[in-house]
Write a protein that binds this ligand. Sequence first.
Ligand code: ADP
Ligand code: MG
Length: 262
Amino acid sequence: MRETNSYKQLRENLLSLNLNQMALHLDEVLDFGIQSGASLTEVLVKLTNHEIDIQEQQKTHRMIRSAALPSPKRLDTFDFSFQPSLNRDQIADLHSLRFIERNENVVFLGPSGVGKTHLATSIGVEAALARHSTYFTKCHDLIQKLRIAKQENRLETKLKHFARYRLLIIDEIGYLPIDAEDAKIFFQLIDQRYEKKSTILTTNINFGSWEEVFVDPKLANAILDRILHHATVVPISGDSYRLKDHRTEQTVSDETDNIEHY
Ligand code: ADP
Ligand code: MG
C-alpha cells in the first residue's frame, strides 16, 4: 500500500517547485516502479524525464516564436520538380546548418515567387529547432528599426541586438531603395556580423546592380564584400510558384464557369 502521507507530500512538493509534469506522471511512474521492480534511480530518471521533455518542447516553441518567421515552412513541402535549377544536395546541406557552425552566409537570388523566402524560412525553422538564436526580418523593417534607434540615440544598442543573433534572415533586399544614411547603418550591422555570425539574405537584385539599391557605390561594394566573402549563393531561375497556383485556380474557375454554363 502506498504511504499516503509521504505520497501526498511529494506531490505537493513537486507542484510547489513547479515540476508539474512530474506531479502529473507521479502515479504512473510509481506504479511502473512497483510493477517492474525498477531501482529508485531508474524510477527517478523516468520521472524527471517527463519534466525535461516538456521543458525542451516549450523551449523549442519559444525559439520558433521569437524567430518571428513569417510561416512555419519546411523543406518537405518544397517541390524541387518545380525548380529544377536547384541542387537538392546543396539545399539539404544548408538545412544541416553546417554553414552556421562556420559563420558563413547564404544568399538566395532570383525573381519573385521562386521560393526564396520559403527556403530561407525552412532553414530558419531548422536553426530555431537546433536552438540557434534566429530572427527573420524584412530588410525594410530592419532598416526602419535601426533608423528609429539612431534617431533615439540608441543605435549602438540596437546594432548589438541584431548582431547577436546566431542566424539573421534578411528578406527582400532591393525591393525598396535604401538611401545613403540607411546604407551606412546597414553596413555597420553587416560589418559587426562579418565572420562572427551567419546571415541569410534574399534578393531579386543581381549583385552588379546593388550600387543602384544602396545609392552609394562604395558602400554597396563594402556591404557586398563582407556578405559574399564566405557565402553560398543560390541563384534560382524559374517560374513563379505563385503564378503556378494562379494558373491552377484559373483552370479550376474556368472549369467551374463551364459547369455553370451547361
Ligand atoms: P519568393 O520569396 O521567391 O518571392 P516565396 O518563397 O514567397 O517566393 O514563394 C511564394 C509561395 O510559393 C510561397 O507560399 C511558397 O511556399 C511557395 N513556393 C515557392 N516555390 C515553391 C516550391 N518549389 N515548392 C512548393 N512551394 C513553393
Ligand atoms: Mg520572398
